[in-house]
Design a protein around this ligand. Sequence first.
Ligand code: SAH
Length: 399
Amino acid sequence: MTWPAVRLARGRESSAVRRHPWIFSGAVNRVEGDPDLGETVLVQAADGRFLAYGAYSPSSQIRIRVWSFEEDRPPDADFLRRRIAKAAARRRPLLQGPDAAARLVHGESDGLPGLIADRFGSLVVVQLLSAGAERHRELIVAAFAELDGVRTIYERSDTEARSKEGLEARTGLLWGEEPAEEIILEECGRRFSVDCRAGHKTGFYLDQRANRTVLEDLVRTVGDGPEVLDAFCYSGGFSVAAAVGGAGRLTQLDASEAALTLARRHVEATEWAGQLEQIHGNAFGELRRLRSEGRLLDMVVLDPPKFAESKARVERASRGYKDINLLAFQLLRPGGHLLTFSCSGRVGVELFGKIVASAAADARRDAQVLAQLGPGRDHPVSLAFPEGAYLKGLLCRVD
Ligand code: SAH
């Protein structure tokens, strides 16, 4: 088999040598032939040396996403099947019990650029976000269908990342039985229902599992039924953790009515007997309103959506993070806790720490960091791909 070759410009091979999976358009010198969207190409250094096999994406800034850095391992059916099986095997310890859920494939960090897959019991929800993943969709679906216990494979490739790759949004059943209207998910004893058709992303934010446990433990150890605000609550992942931990009063805040309906159901399904309040609206305005009303809380969770969609947006995003964190600090009682997150890949750990610090300073509060937080082990970050570290968080205590 021969592949179209892409020759890099002189001196532009260093990132591929470091096994970084993205090759930007500016690094490309010459393209042999006219490779199709997602077609496998051979990546060569300026002197013709083999560097990698990757998927070609003619209109994307990320011109090539690397499948393999090994010359004897081109991305054929066997290659993809083995990579997917290996990624799934790594998650096996997390998937005990019929309703257990975990991310099975985390894109570039699992050596599968643009491929995301979350498993909820017998259901696998996939996102094919890159031209290369799209091109190999049949092989990918077949590889998931081979995994033990999988009965349904459902596609949720309806994200903005697809359009950058020149791909249309696609959703629907890919293999097996139609998924149930709602799937029950069990996460460290907390139960949620997931709608893979209409829910956000793949239906549930699995990446926050360990951090929900952090909140649950904190609520339990602090005791006395603390008053907790779950801002950007979506389906109430953190609220359920707070309820199970023994919160006294819970406030859920989200801009989506559908999310709030689900968030209420999830809390009500626990044995919790506390008082639940819901606020439907824009967090920026609603947090300000709570402050002006003089509301005080023991714990605030801030888990906003990605504010920095691109490099150009980092500054504006930083102002957004600063704003909500400042308001959160102002809403906390002395001795209160803040659990604050950013899922913007472009806002690094260091920058996020600075933003939160300046929010505390502007609120004239002294605060300590008790823990640095990130996603669970089913969302690994390849050492060669720091961009994969999108979710970062801080657990802070204020004086
Ligand atoms: N904490 C959730 C995930 C949050 S996802 C969990 O553990 O599952 C981000 C949420 O923020 C979404 O539900 C979205 O509806 C909501 N959102 C986005 N922009 C918002 C805004 N300006 N004000 C309030 N909610 C917003």
